[in-house]
Write a protein that binds this ligand. Sequence first.
Ligand code: TYD
Length: 212
Amino acid sequence: MTRGRFVTFEGGEGVGKSTQSRMLAAALETRGIDVVLTREPGGTPGAEAIRSLLLTTDGAGWNARAEALLFAAARSDHVERLIRPAMERGSWVICDRFLDSSRAYQGGGSGIGEADLLELHRIGSNGLLPDRTILIEVPPDVTAARLARRDGGEADRIGGRDAAYHARVAQAFADLAEAEPARFIRVDGQCDPDETHARILAGLAPLLEQAQ
Ligand code: TYD
């Protein structure tokens, strides 16, 4: 049996990753592909429990290293219990955020070193990388307005960090995409959702051809 594919969505807050990951899952299913749609932090009961620890605004929060360890621990459980088994069955896994979010937020945003983040990922998840990563990019002033509508001022612990933090995250995502052009598909998230979806499918066409 052919191994399934692993596609991740990345980008800042409110860029439309969840909508686009659902649209992609539906499009693949209509092509007869078995799809597992999941998200991070979370995706398994253990990782969802860690998600609440990470995102709650109760208490004092975590220092940057503890935060990076918790994301890596959640990812380890998610990879072992959900992502790898699904790929081994031949399914396509579509994941809303993955390792690159740790590289952008805990790395670019919070200053944890890239080599350390990759080492945590090697220990936790055998260094699993996606086949393709779709980076949806929207200028921060546009997402700020979307988020005000979505969250109504009730952002989670990480989403609620200041504009300078989110600007570093956006820059880190752009740098990651530039460094790995074969894995990343960059799309402008300011278009109409159907147009963005069409661009994503076009970007994934070579991977889809290999799978047929
Ligand atoms: P979520 O509500 O899923 O984000 P969004 O809807 O904006 O995509 O919350 C996840 C938050 O966790 C988001 O602020 C990004 C952050 N995050 C990290 O900092 N590191 C990571 O490795 C992951 C997966 C997420």
